[in-house]
Design a protein around this ligand. Structure first.
Ligand code: GDP
Ligand code: MG
Length: 310
């Protein structure tokens, strides 16, 4: 274990140095030796100060453009912003699309903004293990807002709602019809629908359709619908007002969300560990199953028995 690297990162986290945050995220993302030390520390020391906002929706809807503009708006209000950009198609080593790179560069001289890009590494949409862990690291800092941009158009993203206070679903005029949106379960996860690209001619019609569709949802839990033109910034101050407003109301749900999260968190960590530890047995017995010496059921019972004995 590179102790210098691990303890250096911890020291830097304590001092809230951004460089240390980048390093700690790399340690965790790359499963470097000593990552448990970093994660245990981060979990024990995280604070609950930041408003957590998830922005999800289909690729090309304008999520990154919106994030860029809401960073500026939060900065005008003197709020510090951390951004996690999660995109399965972006390269895994902290890389980013060219557009994201330019956006990140733009804010790189601002000490009140930290942006990090994540590939979601095998996870289907939603957020991966590495990203969840990185969120604990972000929560060691003094951000007033943490934004998580993730790619998604359906059930896979329901998970994100348990990690954030406010879930925004960004769509564009013409994206699916309202029935498709309902089918994808987006109404259940969205606290706010943002119809971006409101400069498109069919935007008003789309807005009306969506409004109509959402009428079937009881008013207390009905998602807001906002319209934006992210490229020009139209609607962005109103969107930030809504994020803060809805966010402050939803903070009361944190306890409930944590209860849902902790169990699935332990479970997924455990399954990862077991899968890693038992990979050799799976490989070995797979050969036996292929050679018809045993059924897959016997193979799993055999491995199960081994785990039980410890
Ligand atoms: N016409 C129009 N184009 C937009 C708007 N917002 C974003 N775009 C463009 O849509 C494309 C995809 O934007 P991006 O933010 O990368 O989408 P993401 O994949 O959801 O993050 C880019 O070419 C943007 O310039 C908008 O409000 N109107
Ligand atoms: Mg994007």
């Amino acid at each position: 274990m590179d102790e210098q690297r691990i303890y250096g990162a911890l020291e830097g986290l304590k001092k809230k140095q951004k460089r240390a945050l980048s390093r700690a995220i790399s340690i965790v993302e790359n499963h470097e030796e000593g990552m448990e030390i970093v994660l245990d520390y981060a979990y024990q020391n995280m604070n609950d100060n930041a408003l957590l906002i998830g922005i999800t929706g289909p690729g090309g809807a304008g999520k990154s453009t919106t994030v860029d503009k809401i960073i500026e708006e939060f900065r005008k209000r003197d709020m510090k912003v951390g951004v996690m950009a999660v995109d399965p198609s972006s390269p895994y080593t902290g890389g980013a699309f060219l557009g994201d790179r330019i956006r990140m560069f733009k804010h790189s001289s601002d000490d009140g903004v930290y942006i990090r890009s994540f590939g979601s590494r095998g996870a289907m949409g939603g957020i991966s293990e590495g990203t969840k862990n990185a969120l604990y690291l972000f929560k060691n800092y003094d951000f007033d807002v943490i934004l998580i941009e993730s790619l998604g158009i359906g059930q896979d993203e329901t998970e994100i709602t348990n990690f954030v206070d406010v879930t925004v679903v960004t769509v564009v005029p013409g994206f699916g019809d309202s029935v498709q949106i309902a089918k994808a379960g987006m109404q259940e996860i969205a606290d706010i629908f943002v119809i971006n690209k409101a400069d498109k001619p069919d935007a008003q019609m789309y807005y009306n359709q969506m409004k109509e569709q959402l009428l079937s949802i009881p008013e207390e839990i009905r998602p807001l619908i906002l319209t934006t033109i992210a490229t020009t910034g139209k609607g962005i101050p109103e969107m930030v007002d809504a994020l803060i407003d809805v966010g402050n109301r939803q903070i009361t749900k944190r306890q409930q969300k944590e209860e849902a999260r902790v169990r699935s968190e332990i479970r997924s960590q455990l399954l990862d560990r077991l899968a890693e530890r038992l990979e050799g047995d799976v490989e070995a017995l797979a050969e036996d199953v292929l050679d018809k010496k045993m059924t897959p059921f016997e193979a799993s019972r055999k491995i199960d028995a081994k785990v039980t004995i410890g």
